[in-house]
Design a protein around this ligand. Structure first.
Ligand SMILES: [Zn+2]
Length: 476
């Protein structure tokens, strides 16, 4: 039989519980990294409900909340999940292998990818919606859908336009697909139509990304509204006082590609470069350098990836797609190889000038099919290391991924571990503000409020690996 005191105590506990707000998760004892400020705060508690951070404070907050799950990370570092802002899903013959990349990205702490077009857009859009609905595990996907190109472009899956009317129709179809941004490239797209495409897509409210046609100046494309230049090498065009003359020569056919490149490199002018980059910055044009893929290609003969353990997690046909470039480059002579390395160094050494100009740098990798040894998931970590190697601080490299990525879309709910932000987080055992390679010290991932511990992530990786070996056995 209960005595009075016991009943009183029971009521007290019950009422205390009832007055507490039920939440899904508390992350205890976190050292939170403020990437924007480059600072850290210790012994933080993070209250998460559904996919959102409800409150960040000290242990006394536990008086207010009743979390369904407690995750004590014991002083480890907590920061926003990584964004790889330039990836490709593609390869219509191995959609299943692309599907396996979704848990792979998550296992590497990538909670958002920006997919810059391929040939399996409808599947990517479906995966995006399933992930958003909580029906599939993977990073948030922001996709351009099929990219805009000219007639008979070399890439399968493009929306090919030859007239302004076709351009309008193409944009209508992208509206219907509910794509997240617009990607435009210039393989066969007529330069004036390229400019129109940038203007019209921008007018419809899209952020626009793309390459830069040889016949146009960077300033023309930027003024038309293009928000990113994909691949740093295009910025070389703006390093000479003769940029306008060169693009005109290319448009009129009086200047070959080789002659244009020669004139450009012979007339490099640092002051002009800085002024031009400052102008692009002022107009809101950022750059996605994709250093890693350029590095992989330039130094293909010096690096041996053939036995890299990451290959165990990539499907056989996706890996096979790496071969086209390897074979194409196999017969190259020493001079060509050296020239490619030199070109890579020249381009990458623009990073300090880009930084000085105030142009935003957005970290993306080009990871995915075809892009040789640019391993999905791992790639963004290596890209951040490359950005640091060529002049960014670790903090600036992290900003390029987790702050400038969402900034491109004007999203406000990402970029920091604060009240109201998305519960897309990574737990690290080492501090990446001190050493950028610490982004690989992943102890856990939180995606949409759901916790994946290190052992959960290892199980996901093991599952991908066994899926890959099963497919490898099945293939002839
Ligand atoms: Zn790309």
């Amino acid at each position: 039989m209960m005595n009075r005191n016991y009943i009183f105590l029971a009521v007290l506990i019950l009422s205390a519980c009832q007055s507490k707000t039920k939440v899904d998760l508390v992350i205890k004892n976190a050292t939170i990294l403020d990437i924007q400020e480059g600072t850290l705060s210790e012994s933080r508690f993070v209250i998460i409900n559904a996919d959102t951070i409800m409150e960040v404070g000290d242990g006394s907050m536990m008086e207010k909340y009743h979390p369904a799950r407690e995750l004590d990370i014991d002083g480890n570092y907590l920061m926003p999940g990584l964004w790889d802002n330039h990836v490709h899903f593609g390869g219509a013959e191995y959609i299943d292998e692309n599907e396996q990349l979704l848990p792979l990205y998550l296992a590497f702490g990538v909670t958002t990818v920006r997919d810059a077009a391929g040939d399996i857009s409808l599947e990517v859009l479906k995966w995006r919606d399933e992930i958003n609905a909580g029906d599939r595990i993977g990073p948030d996907i922001l996709t351009s859908g099929p990219k805009l190109e000219g007639i008979e472009s070399i890439w399968p899956g493009d929306l090919e336009v030859g007239t302004e009317h076709e351009l309008d129709e193409a944009l209508d179809s992208l509206d219907k697909l509910k794509v997240d941004f617009i990607k435009i490239t210039d393989n066969t797209l007529e330069p004036q139509l390229f400019l129109k495409a940038v203007q019209k897509a921008t007018a419809r409210g899209y952020s626009v990304s793309g390459h830069i046609p040889a016949e146009l100046t960077l300033d023309q494309v930027s003024k038309a509204g293009q928000k990113t230049v994909e691949h740093l090498s295009y910025l070389l065009r703006a390093t000479t006082p003769h940029e306008a003359e060169i693009s005109k020569g290319r448009a009129e056919g009086t200047l070959s590609g080789a002659n244009a490149a020669e004139l450009q490199s012979n007339t490099f002018d640092e002051a002009v470069t800085l002024k031009n980059f400052q102008q692009l910055a002022k107009q809101g044009t950022a750059v996605v350098p994709t250093l890693l893929i350029s590095y992989n290609i330039a130094y293909l003969d010096e690096n041996d990836f053939a036995n890299d353990t990451i290959l165990d997690y990539l499907g056989p046909q996706l890996k096979e797609s790496y071969q086209w470039r390897i074979q194409r480059m196999a017969g190259e002579n020493e001079a060509t190889k050296q020239a490619r390395k030199q070109a890579f160094e020249t381009v990458s050494n623009l990073i300090p000038l880009v930084k000085k100009s105030g142009m935003k740098i957005i970290a993306g990798t080009d990871a995915g099919y075809l892009n040789t040894y640019d391993f999905p998931g791992l790639a963004i970590h290596l890209e951040l290391q490359k950005l640091v190697e060529y002049g960014l601080t670790p903090q600036e490299a992290l900003i390029a991924s987790v702050i400038n990525g969402p900034g491109y879309f004007n999203f406000r709910e990402f970029g920091s571990v604060q009240q109201g932000k998305a519960a897309n987080l990574i737990v690290l055992s080492k501090n990446p503000l001190e050493d950028i390679s610490a982004t690989l010290s992943i102890e856990g991932v939180v995606k949409d409020g759901k916790v994946y511990t290190r052992s959960d992530l290892d199980s996901m990786l093991a599952e991908i690996k066994s899926w890959v070996s099963a497919k490898e056995e099945r293939l002839p």
